[in-house]
Design a binder for this molecule. Structure first.
Ligand code: SF4
Length: 317
């Protein structure tokens, strides 16, 4: 059996930064630290951080007064920031800088007097955070059909932003529908879809040209991982999203000569290696890696974790 690894795959710079923030805050301030929501959408990562002293909670009211509080990589609404500030919680913000960029775009467009449209998936924490950046109503859409049903006159000044982890091709179609529907429209085209999402999707497209089955390591609630599996489906390949090696059904691969393997932006490489080991139960495995983009992007930690003497005081904006 040939196993071909997509390049790039796995952790992005925003996920590395978020995990570093939790680990370094435990080192500097001591356990426990409290993280609002899964720091990234991956059970292996979350369990590893729990073992080191992170407590994951759904809401701020589960965090004791004075406890170090971390916002997840997906970002939070302004109401959550203000609630933390109101309680004087010492906050470290692990929101990916590329999500923060979408937040500031959203506020900028609304300040210009435009009606804001967010292209994204309802219920995802990043979408909840972006919706909560502005006081004005935001229209959430995800398909060209949603564009048709927007109850706004054609000449309304509108702007759109997007979730960072969408399908590039589907988003292109939604933006084309918006351009056809409105006379006065501004937006970032596809550049809100982050580099990691775009590169992983490009790599999987190339991978799908030469494999018999696609395996994507990633969590069921990971947006970018789901989009990778959908590309395999588009290519007509049997395509599976697996949280870890235990969720791999060997019958999916038993008769396949070439297995394509990738991982979403929140999935650790250790899980990819475990999946390869599991594949060795059915065949002799030869592993190769596609040629692809070498990513060398990193994001700076918050100042309180860069400077050894800086302490956390109250909530930061
Ligand atoms: Fe940031 Fe993109 Fe990674 Fe999300 S997937 S954390 S937006 S780099």
């Amino acid at each position: 059996m040939r196993v071909v690894l997509a390049q790039p795959r796995g952790f992005c710079a925003g996920v590395v930064r978020a995990i570093d923030i939790v680990e370094k805050s435990i080192e500097k301030f001591g356990a426990p630290v409290y993280v609002r929501h899964e720091i990234v959408h991956n059970r292996t990562v979350v369990s590893g951080l729990e073992a080191k002293g992170a407590h994951f909670v759904d809401e701020l009211d589960q965090i004791p007064d004075g406890a170090v509080t971390i916002f997840s990589a997906h970002g939070v609404s302004r109401a959550v920031v203000e609630a933390a500030r109101g309680r004087g919680l010492p906050v470290l913000d692990a929101t990916c800088p590329l999500v923060s960029k979408v937040h500031s775009q959203s506020r900028h467009y609304v300040e210009q007097g435009r009606t804001l449209i967010l292209i994204g998936h309802a219920g995802h924490p990043e979408v909840e955070g972006t919706l909560g950046q502005v006081d004005a109503p935001v229209r959430l859409i995800s398909t060209p059909a949603d564009v048709e049903s927007l109850d706004l006159p054609r000449d309304t000044p509108v702007a759109y932003v997007t979730q960072t982890t969408l399908s590039v091709d589907e988003t292109r179609e939604v933006i084309a529908s918006l351009k056809a529907r409105f006379d006065d429209l501004v937006g970032p085209n596809l550049s809100d879809i982050c580099y990691a999402t775009q590169f992983r999707q490009q790599a999987v497209r190339k991978l799908c040209e030469s494999v018999d089955v696609l395996l994507v390591v990633g969590a069921a609630n990971s947006s970018n991982s789901n989009r990778l599996r959908e590309i395999g489906v588009e290519f007509g390949l049997p395509s599976y999203l697996i949280a870890d090696a235990h969720s791999l059904d060997l019958d999916w691969v038993r008769d396949k000569a070439t297995v394509g393997l990738t991982a979403g932006a929140s999935a650790p490489e250790t899980v990819v290696l475990e999946v390869i080991e599991a594949l060795r139960q059915v065949a002799d495995v030869e592993v190769t890696q596609m040629d692809g983009v070498e990513e060398n992007i990193s994001f700076r930690l918050p100042p309180e974790l860069r400077h050894p003497d800086d302490q956390l005081v109250g909530a930061e904006a």
